[in-house]
Structure formats: structure tokens, C-alpha cells
Ligand binder design. Structure first.
Ligand SMILES: CC(C)(COP(=O)(O)OP(=O)(O)OC[C@H]1O[C@@H](n2cnc3c(N)ncnc32)[C@H](O)[C@@H]1OP(=O)(O)O)[C@@H](O)C(=O)NCCC(=O)NCCS
Length: 170
């Protein structure tokens, strides 16, 4: 337990109570489609849930080590109850995820966000993530981002952070 919060691995049975909240936690955006049950079935070993003293979920992170690129990991979603923000919960989730995957050989972590989500952009920047500036990027909402990244009109910032040892082979 940290500061009255319990950090633990999610179970499949957590899915229903998390997915019910994500649209509210994302300010009314329709985000629950991005969190199907499969995240709580097949990615629990690298994901986290945070509960308060009453057992209510207050934050979660779902992510994984890339099957194609085992030295890379990807954070799919992180969310914190709006009433519990700015107390370091998401930062702690990122630190735990990075420590986990770095101990398993990962050297680069990826996270994608919408450039108009200024809070997410600010959070990732504060956590030491850097927007990729590859071919096709533009300045969108003040951040280097890929227009139409996932679908026409679906712009994204592709954040990366180098982590762990650079001395291992591979
Ligand atoms: C983004 C989000 C996960 C951050 O969670 P959080 O627990 O409040 O973040 P932390 O308290 O760990 O913040 C760490 C640092 O990030 C930055 N940050 C976080 N929220 C910020 C905000 N609203 N404005 C500016 N910077 C912010 C700050 O530098 C902060 O450090 P500080 O509080 O010491 O200044 C949370 O706002 C959220 O759930 N948003 C909706 C979901 C979302 O957009 N998720 C990200 C895309 S998947």
C-alpha cells in the first residue's frame, strides 16, 4: 500500500468496473471502445490497477511488451479518477510499468496520445517522454504530431522514452 492506495495487477473481474468509468474519466469522450475485456485477460502481467482504502478503483494502466520488438514496450491507456489527480498516481503507474519492463530487457517505451489532450501531452512530457519527429509530422496543437495517424482526422503524438540499460545485447 502506498499513501492509502493499493497497487496490484488487474484481474478479468476488474474490467467491468473500470470500463464503466473511462468515458467519465476522459471528460465525456467515448473511450470505452479502446478498453475491451481482452486487456484484462491477456495483458495483466504488465498492467496495474490502483484502489483506495475502500477498494474503489482510482487509477489504472494497461500496457505490454511488444511481441514483435521485445526491447520495446507500449502503454495503451492510463487513467486516474478526476478527484485523485495531481497526486502522483499516474506518475507512479508509469514508474512501475517502466521498472517492470526494463527488468525484462525493454529499452524503449512508447505511448500514443491525441495532441489536443494537453493534459496528457503535459503529463508525458513531465515523465520524460519525447514526441517522435519523423517524416510526416506537423505541429498540431503546439506539439509535433502525426496527422491522420490512426484514421483520417485521428491525429496522434507518438511519444517515446528510452529506459533501462543500454549495455545489453540485441
Ligand atoms: C493524464 C493523467 C493520467 C495524469 O494523471 P495524474 O495522476 O494526475 O498525474 P500525476 O499527478 O502523476 O502528474 C505527474 C506530472 O504530470 C504533469 N501533469 C499532470 N497533470 C497535468 C495537468 N493537468 N496540467 C499540466 N501538467 C500536468 C505535471 O508535471 C505532474 O507533476 P506535478 O503534479 O508535480 O506538477 C490524468 O490527468 C488522466 O487520467 N487524464 C484523463 C485520461 C488521459 O488523458 N490519459 C492519457 C492518455 S491515455
Amino acid at each position: 500500500m502506498t499513501g492509502g492506495y493499493t497497487f496490484r495487477r488487474p484481474f478479468e473481474s476488474d474490467h467491468a468496473r473500470i470500463v464503466r468509468q473511462v468515458d467519465d474519466w476522459w471528460g465525456g469522450r467515448r473511450l470505452h471502445d479502446l478498453l475491451p475485456r481482452l486487456w484484462f485477460q491477456h495483458f495483466t502481467g504488465t498492467s496495474w490497477i490502483v484502489e483506495d482504502g475502500s477498494g474503489a478503483p482510482v487509477a489504472f494502466l494497461v500496457g505490454f511488451i511488444s511481441p514483435d520488438h521485445p526491447y520495446e514496450a507500449y502503454i495503451h491507456m492510463v487513467g486516474v479518477n478526476p478527484n485523485r489527480r495531481r497526486s502522483g498516481l499516474a506518475g507512479q503507474l508509469y514508474e512501475r510499468f517502466i521498472a517492470d519492463v526494463a527488468s525484462r530487457g525493454v529499452r524503449r517505451v512508447h505511448a500514443i496520445t491525441w495532441p489536443g489532450n494537453r493534459i496528457s501531452v503535459g503529463f508525458h512530457t513531465a515523465m520524460g517522454f519525447v514526441p517522435s519527429a519523423g517524416p510526416g509530422t506537423q505541429n498540431l496543437y503546439g506539439t509535433v504530431a502525426y496527422p491522420d495517424y490512426d484514421y483520417p482526422g485521428e491525429d496522434r503524438v507518438a511519444f517515446t522514452k528510452d529506459v533501462g540499460s543500454t549495455s545489453a545485447g540485441g
